[in-house]
Design a binder for this molecule. Structure first.
Ligand code: TRP
Length: 352
């Protein structure tokens, strides 16, 4: 069987947070460690970020290195994974142009992720065309590399669906050219879409409810201590609710039986802790301090690695540029293949 080609990416509009970590980065690390792939790409999607930041180019530009640092500090190994910048592969834009002819406007506006983002950004009649079309450009990102596996959070599923539709449509119009990629999601629902510290549905930088991978220990602790729990759990003896309680959602995502052995040995596992909380007699401070221990342990090595990488940013830029050149060669081959399938490979006339 042919090995997977893995590709995923993030928009450089801010630092990555623990929602990104459980939603996608931890799966990337698993795939990296398994090592069972043909190629592994992680793309810093600056072109996509510009579709709703045309007036804020500096933000996008400055966050490219931040996101690269986030990847490296989380443990992505630049020897195994090609991390590159989207705009350094202009073939992606050309591939997007041909894909645009295969998608209707009404199909684009039905994309649930685009719908939600349109609402968030308050675009009603002011939506940039580039923004509306970003799912098509995301299909180009994925298909340009012959990707078979896309490790993402649940919010990206509509994009993968759209990509598959475009691949099918191209194949049926012009002949078998693309493989249909599959999404690779985390096993558990809490990880697929981690809630914000305020209990809001999703952790996102615009909502200001994130714990960032680069946060310092005191910042992490204070965010956890003020996280949303159960507003009716006032006295320790009150019975508490676990559902909708941010601290328990995070424990679902991050704690293991080992965490209990290490930090809270009077309980065997999360089920036991939850049932005590439900009964009453367990205070918020205790569960928050437990969560704090777990997250500090996870994030400390990342901060250390980051400080090392930060010493030589030039080296990181150099790596990104060299990787972009390699990625470009692959995308250019795909573009040639597409043009020949479509019958617009006019340069063949020159060779005669
Ligand atoms: N849409 C993704 C995000 O918002 C970023 C992205 C761009 C991406 N191209 C991709 C993800 C290709 C997976 C595959 O984070």
């Amino acid at each position: 069987m042919k090995k997977d080609v893995i590709l995923t990416g993030d928009r450089p509009t801010g630092n990555l947070h623990i929602g990104h970590y459980v939603g996608s980065i931890s799966n990337r690390l698993k795939l990296q460690e398994k090592g069972d792939f043909e190629k592994f790409y992680i793309m810093i999607a600056d072109t996509q970020a510009l579709t709703d930041n045309s007036d804020n180019v500096d933000k996008v530009k400055n966050n490219i290195i931040q996101v690269a640092l986030d990847y490296l500090s989380a443990g992505i190994d630049p020897k195994k994974v090609n991390i590159f910048i989207q705009s350094q592969v202009p073939e992606l834009a050309e591939i997007t142009m041909y894909f645009m002819n295969l998608v209707t406007v009404s199909r684009l506006t039905r994309n649930p992720t685009v719908k939600e983002e349109t609402k968030q950004r308050g675009f009603s009649s002011s939506m940039p065309v580039g923004f509306m079309c970003y799912p098509i450009s995301q299909a180009a990102d994925i298909l340009a590399f012959g990707t078979t596996c896309v490790p993402v959070g649940e919010d990206q599923l509509p994009m993968i669906e759209q990509t598959r539709e475009i691949a099918k449509s191209f194949n049926s119009s012009y002949g078998e050219t693309f493989i249909l990629p599959k999404a690779f999601l985390p096993d558990s629902k809490v990880c697929q879409r981690l809630v914000g510290t305020d209990g809001d549905l999703k952790m996102s930088k615009s909502a200001g409810n994130c714990i960032y991978l680069k946060d310092e220990p005191d910042v992490i602790k204070s965010k956890i201590m003020s996280a949303y729990t159960d507003p009716n759990h006032i006295k320790i003896s009150d019975p508490g609710k676990v559902e909708g309680n941010v601290v328990f959602s995070y424990l679902d995502a991050f704690c293991t039986d080992e965490s209990f052995k290490e930090f809270l040995p009077e309980y065997k596992n999360l089920e036991e802790l939850k049932s005590h909380y439900r009964k009453g007699g367990l205070g918020d401070v205790k569960i928050k301090l437990f969560l704090n221990n777990i997250l500090q342990k996870l994030l400390e090595p990342m901060r250390k690695r980051r400080k090392e990488y930060e010493k030589d940013l030039d080296q990181i830029y150099k790596m990104l540029f060299e990787n972009g050149v390699k990625a470009r060669e692959v995308a250019a081959q795909t573009l040639e293949k597409m043009k020949s399938a479509m019958g617009i490979d006019y340069n063949k006339f020159l060779k005669k």
